[in-house]
Structures are given as structure tokens and as C-alpha cells.
Design a protein around this ligand. Structure first.
Ligand code: CO
Length: 311
């Protein structure tokens, strides 16, 4: 295959993954309602991604109110959407390792409506300036200015990210703040590069910390030679979870019942303790009473603009 037709094929996979993610978020808007069960919705959205011919690039994130990111329902999780919750649905789809990552906020709190809209406005404004050669810090400055002008804070220690095949966070970060906070690196958007931009806005401090629970994991290490127990476990996990972040739900089937669920959770903990799996704790706003909103798109950088894959 020529380099040109290979590039075209890759672009088609990205576009298809983008279309699938758009349809999946449309479904989310229909089914995320107060009283709905987070576990069932996450399962439904991930299955919808699979039915359309892609794979979840990571577990559906269902972060609620003061959680900014990385809450994904556990197996048979009984948590439901509250009447005044602000839900961040952040999902990824990939075809053959070509990943798109996109998020919306579905808000039921009338006091958080402006907050919900401001992260979208920040994202829209940021995407307008993206083209080859533009500094990622310019995006950070726009995000911060848009959000602080409305009286809110961006979450400064969360950022967007470059994406490469099979790699969700591929080195370059796209900050959600301008100069004057954390040290910034001066990366420039590369033509043909794929990036996710994801402003988070909050009425809290603008900073997140690790919460108590962890429900997203990733296999990071091969078993040592001779460690038959770990080799067996990893062999059981890999076909279900691959190299991208996973939820224990990916291995679960309702026929397994509660005992099966407990067994899977135990196996994940075993791999976590031995360092073969790493965990991503739920990220919560430092202010426990805060609300957080988020919007995210994945784009491909062009010479004079960008193509948004998830819009
Ligand atoms: Co992302």
C-alpha cells in the first residue's frame, strides 16, 4: 500500500471512530436521567460503541458533580443519577487503535447551567485557533480567560493530550490555563497530529486531587519469567482489556453473578498489588461542595485549521 493510501485509510478510521462517538453521546443524552443507574448506562454506551464496529478506548467515565474525571461505575454499581447532579460523560472509541476521545456535561442542577456552558464555550474558542505551528499554551490561555471571565475557575491540573495509535495520552499536554500557574512546555501543534482538548470548569478552587476509590485500570507490565500465577491472570485479562485503560466490567457477564464480580475484583487487586496493573483514582475537586463541568473534542491538525473528529 502506498503511503498516501495508508494515510487515507488511517484518516477514515479516525473519522469513523468519531462518528461512532458522536452517536454514542447522542444516546447518552437520551438515557442519562435522574434516577437512572450509572452502571447500566455505562454498559449500554460501551456496548453501543462495540455494536457500531469500534471498541471503547477506555471505560465510559461517568463523573458526578464534584468528581471531575475517572469515576466509572464498578461491576453491578448501584449508584444512580441524582436530581441535581452534573454528569460528565467522557468516552473514547477506537478502530484498530485509532482513538477519539470526547466528552459532554449533562446537567440537572439549575445553579450549574452557566458552569456547564462555559466549558463548552472555552472548548469552541480554543478549537478556533488550532492549526499547525500554534503553541498549545495559546489554547490554555484562551481556556483560562474564557472561564475566569465568567467568574469560574478552570481545573488547572487537568489537561488535554496528544493521541497516537493505541496511546491515549501520548506525551504532549494541552493545558487548561495560561502562564503563571504551573510550568508550561512550549509544544506546538503538529500538522497531521491528533489531539484531545478538554476544558474543565468549576465553581470550586480549580484544582483536583485523588479521591478514595479507583475503578479504572491499565495493564502496564508483563509477568516475570516463571511467575505462572500472574502469567495466567494476565492471559485471562488481555483479550478483554488490551493495552488501553479498562474497567473490571469489561470482563464481567451478568450470568457470573455477584460471586463472579467479587472474583474479578479480587484478581484486579492482585495485579494492582504486584504492579502489573496501574489504577487511575477518581479525581475530585479540592472543594467537596464544588461542581465541575467538562467538554472535549478530538481533532486532527491541518495547515491552516483543524478537523474536529467528534463534532
Ligand atoms: Co481526554
Amino acid at each position: 500500500m502506498s503511503a498516501k493510501s495508508k494515510a487515507k485509510e488511517v484518516l477514515e478510521k479516525y473519522r469513523r471512530a468519531g462518528e461512532i462517538s458522536i452517536e454514542t453521546l447522542k444516546l447518552a443524552k437520551k438515557i442519562v436521567k435522574p434516577g437512572a443507574n450509572a452502571y447500566k448506562i455505562a454498559q449500554q454506551l460501551e456496548n453501543f460503541i462495540r455494536e457500531q464496529g469500534a471498541k471503547p478506548a477506555f471505560p465510559v467515565n461517568f463523573s458526578i458533580t464534584n468528581e471531575a474525571a475517572h469515576y466509572s461505575p464498578e461491576i453491578l454499581d448501584t449508584r444512580t443519577v441524582g436530581k441535581e447532579d452534573t454528569i460528565k460523560i467522557d468516552l473514547g472509541a477506537h478502530i484498530d487503535g485509532y482513538i477519539v476521545d470526547t466528552a459532554i456535561t449533562i446537567n440537572f442542577n439549575k445553579n450549574a447551567q452557566e458552569l456547564t456552558e462555559i466549558s463548552k464555550e472555552a472548548l469552541d474558542k480554543a478549537m478556533e485557533v488550532v492549526k499547525a505551528g500554534v503553541s498549545v499554551n495559546d489554547v490554555g490561555a484562551i481556556v483560562e480567560k474564557t472561564i475566569t471571565s465568567a467568574g469560574f475557575q478552570p481545573v488547572r491540573n487537568l489537561s488535554g493530550h496528544q493521541i497516537k495509535r493505541h496511546v491515549l495520552h501520548a506525551g504532549v499536554s494541552i493545558p487548561n490555563h495560561g502562564p503563571g500557574h504551573f510550568k508550561l512546555k512550549n509544544h506546538k501543534f503538529q500538522k497531521g497530529g491528533v489531539y484531545a482538548i478538554e476544558p474543565f470548569a468549576t465553581d470550586g478552587f480549580g484544582e483536583i486531587m485523588n479521591g478514595k476509590r479507583t475503578n479504572i485500570f491499565r495493564i502496564v507490565k508483563k509477568p516475570n519469567k516463571g511467575d505462572i500465577e500472574k502469567a495466567k491472570l494476565i492471559k485471562k485479562f488481555l483479550p478483554h482489556v488490551g493495552v488501553l485503560p479498562f474497567s473490571p466490567r469489561f470482563l464481567f457477564d451478568e450470568k457470573m453473578g455477584k460471586e463472579g464480580a467479587a472474583q474479578i475484583n479480587k484478581e484486579v487487586r492482585t495485579l494492582l498489588r504486584s504492579g502489573h496493573v496501574m489504577g487511575y483514582p477518581v479525581l475530585v475537586e479540592v472543594n467537596p461542595d464544588a461542581n465541575v463541568s467538562q467538554h472535549e473534542h478530538t481533532l486532527i491538525v491541518k495547515e491552516n485549521s483543524c478537523e474536529i473528529l467528534t463534532k
